[in-house]
Design a protein around this ligand. Sequence first.
Ligand SMILES: C[S@@+](CC[C@H](N)C(=O)[O-])C[C@H]1O[C@@H](n2cnc3c(N)ncnc32)[C@H](O)[C@@H]1O
Length: 208
Amino acid sequence: MDDGLAIHARFTALPGSEQIATPFAIHALRQFLWTHAPRRILEVGAGIGSLSWVLADYLTYLCGYAEAVSVEDDPWCRTEWERNLAPWRRRPLLFDKVPPYEFYDLVVLDGPQMPADGWACLAPGASVFVEGNRREQRAALRLSMRQQGRRYIETPSRPPDRSKGVWLGRCEPAWWERLLFASNRIEQWGRDLPARWRGDPIGKRRHA
Ligand SMILES: C[S@@+](CC[C@H](N)C(=O)[O-])C[C@H]1O[C@@H](n2cnc3c(N)ncnc32)[C@H](O)[C@@H]1O
């Protein structure tokens, strides 16, 4: 988790840091990248760049080839992003909208810029990493996958304090992935039970 805390601290000190990813999400994305080694990555909602920083680190140190596209339409964020990512020689290409007719094996979702028909960009077996809950966008994603006749599963992953975490999704899962995701969902549900019983908020960002 130290990597997540360090990157989060770096970005917290920068202008416009109110909406950056949580330390948990930063850490989780880093773990995901280095265990799954995706080759083509799309980041939606790059903001000022905390998750793009994790992608740049991955592109730079990976033994092998990978490429990433980051999408951000806010001009101020784009300027800050360029400045914040300047230390990296290899970093995602920054676009103001999702490029059409491209396919990705990982989509990192942390912004509203994915168009309704954009989910066709998921390659067979692709993964989706969602910062926070993004309920409506996840519902739109599930609907799009159903309309495409494709199987899609997802599961939450939250920090031990039950606060906002991440969701992971997988297209065309293998049988063992379906089992893994189902058991993870049951486990998360069980861990949430006491909080639900007390009426505490679940999956919301908590302030210290
Ligand atoms: C949750 S933020 C994305 C944060 C991003 N992962 C980061 O680390 O900076 C979602 C959207 O909010 C907008 N946004 C983020 N920070 C902003 C700021 N300081 N001012 C204006 N818009 C901002 C951007 O358009 C972004 O796509």
